[in-house]
Design a protein around this ligand. Sequence first.
Ligand SMILES: Nc1ncnc2c1ncn2[C@@H]1O[C@H](COP(=O)(O)OP(=O)(O)O)[C@@H](O)[C@H]1O
Ligand SMILES: [Mg+2]
Length: 249
Amino acid sequence: MTHASPVLDVRHIKFKVGVRTILDDCSLTLNKGELKVLIGPSGAGKSTFLQCINFLQIPDSGEIFLEGEQITTNNVKQLCSYRSKVGMIFQDFKLFDHLTALDNVAIALRKVRKYTASAAKDRAMQELERVNLGDKTELYPAQLSGGQKQRVAFARALAMDPIVLLLDEPTSALDPELVGEVLQVIRDLAAHGMTMIMATHQMDFIRAISTEIIFMEQGRIIEQDSPANLLAPNCESRTKQFYNTLQSV
Ligand SMILES: Nc1ncnc2c1ncn2[C@@H]1O[C@H](COP(=O)(O)OP(=O)(O)O)[C@@H](O)[C@H]1O
Ligand SMILES: [Mg+2]
């Protein structure tokens, strides 16, 4: 049997701050169309791991391959291209407050992809329509709800035609009634075969659509398996213990 090589292959990432080890030998592979989730207590290293995968933090050691090509930090051109193919969504949206929703999406198309102003505008419009914000294009972030801001962030990431999306707790800054609209965007992306890694504690969502749970604690990956296995009634996984503590809050 032949296996296609993974889209993303992250091997043995270590990250230290001073003498403190924040990530210790964290590895994962991501095949096309998979949605793997990172869970674990606050401070476990989930955000740092995602940032290392995108080189927003530079790992002390380890290797990262995108579609078989090793990415190194000393090749600036390759790194820029990698970052444009591996999109990132943050808990706090990270929109430009002084730009409209449309310009938040269009700016990277112009600056990175070198689109003309009018082509960038057309594409940005298309991406905003895809996340149901076709009627909000001229509004500024301060005029949008949290759920709408996060959907603008998705439109901005998707406009770059990413190969992989990294999502860092994309719903945890949202009021409960706004979580559903953002999860729906992620569900649609998964249904269309987008390859994703997502830090989240939305367990119903994890059960329903993730292909694998990666449980992290103190900078290490402790468990890595399908939700069906890790959350099975007779399974005594660390993931399940953690799940039960979430339920009882
Ligand atoms: N650049 C940094 N400088 C100092 N400490 C850091 C840095 N990056 C991460 N950390 C620490 O690493 C640990 C893991 O943090 P984080 O990745 O945010 O965890 P999680 O997302 O799982 O809550 C925390 O204790 C955090 O304070
Ligand atoms: Mg975090």
